[in-house]
Design a protein around this ligand. Sequence first.
Ligand code: M6R
Length: 656
Amino acid sequence: MCGIVAYVGSGSALPVLLEGLKRLEYRGYDSAGVAVLAPEGVDRAAASPPQVFGDLQLCKAVGRVAVLEDAVAAAGGVEGALGIAHTRWATHGKVTEANAHPHVGESADGATIALVHNGTIENYAALRTLLENKGHAFTSETDTEVLAKLVAEMYGKVDTRSEDVGFSRLEHALRLALREVTGAYAVAAVCDAEPCTLVAARKGSPLIVGVADGAYVVASDGSAIVSHTSRAVTLDDGQVVRLQAGPAGSLQPGQDAPCAAGWVRPMHTTTLENEAVSHEVADLEFELEQIELGDYPHYMLKEIMEQPATLRTCLRGRVDVREGRIVLGGLNALSRELVRAKRFVFTGQGTAYHAGLIGEYLMEDLAKLPSRATYASEFRYRNPLIEAGTVIVAVSQSGETADTMAALQEAKERGALALGAVNVVGSTMARETDAGVYLRVGPEIGVASTKAFVGQVAVLTMLALFMGKRRVMSQADMETYLEHLDRIPEHVASLVRQSDYIKGKAAEVVDRDNWLFLGRGYNYPVALEGALKLKEISYIHAEGMPAAEMKHGPIALIDDGMPVVFIATRGSQYDKVMSNIEEVRARGGRVLAVATEGDTDIERYSDAVFRVPDVPEPLQPLLTVVPLQLLSYHAAVLRGHDVDKPRNLAKSVTVE
Ligand code: M6R
């Protein structure tokens, strides 16, 4: 989805902004733009493009950040130490240069405000009419331009003698404007009348302020900051921050900040009502190397390959084989409520929903607790019944998915205890849940979720064992599971080594445009996930379903050579799956089977077999998904697609 980068400091803004935008490319976008305030004395009026508004130099482009970079270079660059930049994923209005951010507004006294925005302004239509009536002329179809013009309108109205104005009229205008809007936002804004001031705010959409040496870098995602600093402040909902260049202590309230190289003033954070709030500077939870591609051709492959290591990190300190217990520190404070839990609801979207579905099976199987998984988008609007003792578990890599967040809030309002199985530390979901267990798999850059899925399933497995032990599970059973769980990372290491073999098998079927993925029990959610992986990056049509469901309609699709992927590991329903395999073969389908090591029978019925080590059924999803991730990856690459930037997709879906 959309991404924000902004800079104020002693250096040149443009390189930081462009590098930041490139780091945000993985989130998915369709256009990009940048606005930089020219330093005093630089005459940009002759430049064409970028557009020039007063001292604001603005450049936008449809397509990749590289196109924007070329456009800026062709215009002779944009100079200045203060700027904002954005990648847009279209919601309100088509993919056009006019709709790309930054958007500008002009105040009654001639100041130009430029603004970038993530999220959705729900009452933008009414605000637009109001602003048009006041003489503001719109050039785009976006809700963001409404916000830019609203800030400009407020800027013109601000009483500069008011104590509220403090050190920046822009800051106060932003506060006034945001009090009028409903919806979700992260925004950053600059004004040509305040050449050293950057203001930013958030509500429902993440925003982080990186505190670097002599500069602040604001971004919607830590990956755009981490090459400059590992120290950052995560803004809370409803907060506005003012960041200024210039030596501390040289200003009187009401003055605009004079710029001075090498200095930044202490950041100032308030609520929308202008109450000062404190903020905490903390370490970003990841390193630059984690978001660099290294020697891999794609992030997706890198993230599949690093799963043995990320799983180890996820399990470390939590799977205590010696003591025979699961240690989930994040849940300690809630142990009494959890023992009294009557029912679990797992919610998420896409891959995270599939992990939640495995959570449902695990919780019923291992802890004997009634459970269900539900798409967050369905749950939130169905007027859900939440009985006393309900625990909702929000499953999410980003911790920012709009529907999952809304489902969580809905369940909380109805009295559920809220837990999170979330990857991004400090994300909105991590903050809004009563407690949770972080995935600890590191930043996931590939749009197709891989290591996060395995991390989610690992966390839900530990949660089910944790609950199971408190309710019904014998110590002997617990110890057996723990021993197997502890060895899962080494099994995954053996699976990723099959990459070349899987690539060869993918090549044999990659020309086929329709595939089925079938499984029973724990393997059914894995079938759903296998199909989703294939379609989202290779654009091959694929459906996942319970293997038994095939006979109720989809069997009509099977024709000569149609690839049908069975997750057919040894377990309680193995024989039944074998019957399904025979039914597919009888109709000419081409069977690719994920099967247990040592199962030689299945070879007679399959065109390709991907072997996984033999582990108890509840732990199988941690393994069976890995060959499917590799199959999808290779199919997409063989079809010539940009695996890390699949068409139309965003990494994190922060709008409904
Ligand atoms: O960040 P989340 O885990 O909440 O995201 C949920 C889905 O949008 C996400 O899993 C999506 O389905 C992935 N692209 C799948 O690979």
